[in-house]
Design a protein around this ligand. Sequence first.
Ligand code: PSV
Ligand code: MN
Length: 413
Amino acid sequence: MSIKTKYEILAAELEQQGIDIEAVRTTLKSQKIETPSWGYANSGTRFKAFPWPGAAVTTHEKLDDAAMVHKMTGIAPSVALHIPWDKPEDGDYTAMREYAEGQGIILGAINPNVFQDDVYRLGALGNPDPAIQEMALDHILECCEIMTKTHSDILSLWFADGTNYAGQDSLRLRKHRFEQGLRATYAHLPAHSRMLIEYKLFEPAFYSTDLPDWGTSYAFSLKLGDQAQVLVDLGHHAQGVNIEQIVTFLIDEGKLGGFHFNNRKYADDDLIVGTVNPFELFLIYNEIVDAMQCGEEPAQTTAQNIAYMIDQSHAIEGKLAPMIVSVLNCQEAYAKALLVPRKKLATARAEGDVMGAHLILAETFRIDVRPLLAVIREEMGVPVDPIAAYWASGYEEKIRNKRGIAATSGGYQ
Ligand code: PSV
Ligand code: MN
């Protein structure tokens, strides 16, 4: 049976369930996922970074790779930068932006890096030394200026700050230092931009982390104002945490700003999203779609404005292929979430039909959406099978031959 026929059968079934398949197709075509510049460079664990032949070293190479991922998928039109990893040698961010645009993509979130310099041994904004707090703040403010040149509207903040030993520093004073630093940052945000405050349960600080959970990020973002929101990195939670519930709470309060997609099995953030637990990814998208379709303000607008970003830098599985798979996994999860029969679900819930309600979600998750995705890819003019098309494109051999094996690891050039 041809893909077209499979699609027609699926569309007819869905329409019977009350799903507006035309609307689903339109929505899927407007989906956007940002990929990270650092995901195209070599990286590893603290034990070993296995170099990948052809991995990007320069920012231009990272932009070329991101553009290729977009060409294959049609839904990855922007790339996040990490500063100073992506600082141009000549300091010309306008030229970098124009280079990206020439490749068919745009520059996205700016991520200040206040965790790699030697001075940050005891933290950045939370550091007990006011001179180092100041240094970190200066770098963040410089990133606010960079945003204007790169036309970025998101400042994405993550801090490695915390302590390793009880008594090492005052937890209360660290909180105060953070509040002060975040307030100063907020005051310098370009107009119409947002700052997203990322949290992380642990690592590299192990006794206390200054921004350990969504509640802390939420509290700070509330104090700061409308331009501050929370960033949920899927990797930064304890294993049992219900991320979709956090997502819903934050959307409903107007405070979910964006995602870093990955998988939490790594205890950091480098495994391909949707591989270990595709059901969880579907449930997250389901909450977002529910807010878009059934939520009241500010939930609807908040859900519409979520910045979807991947935060993965693969250690053993190559570079572009896993990035393409990550984008496709998000597309599949979103497609399924758009097919949930929400009226039927609401009725089952209202009737207290526990199994009925659960099975509506579970059955939707089981729908084979590949014919639907094939049809929209064809309409978008991208390969119907992006992974096969990538392998057939010759790009991997081209970068392998041209770039060779870089000695660098991490985002550093
Ligand atoms: C930290 O683990 C993190 O998730 C932050 O988002 C960083 O910006 C990113 O990874 C890259 O180090
Ligand atoms: Mn992250």
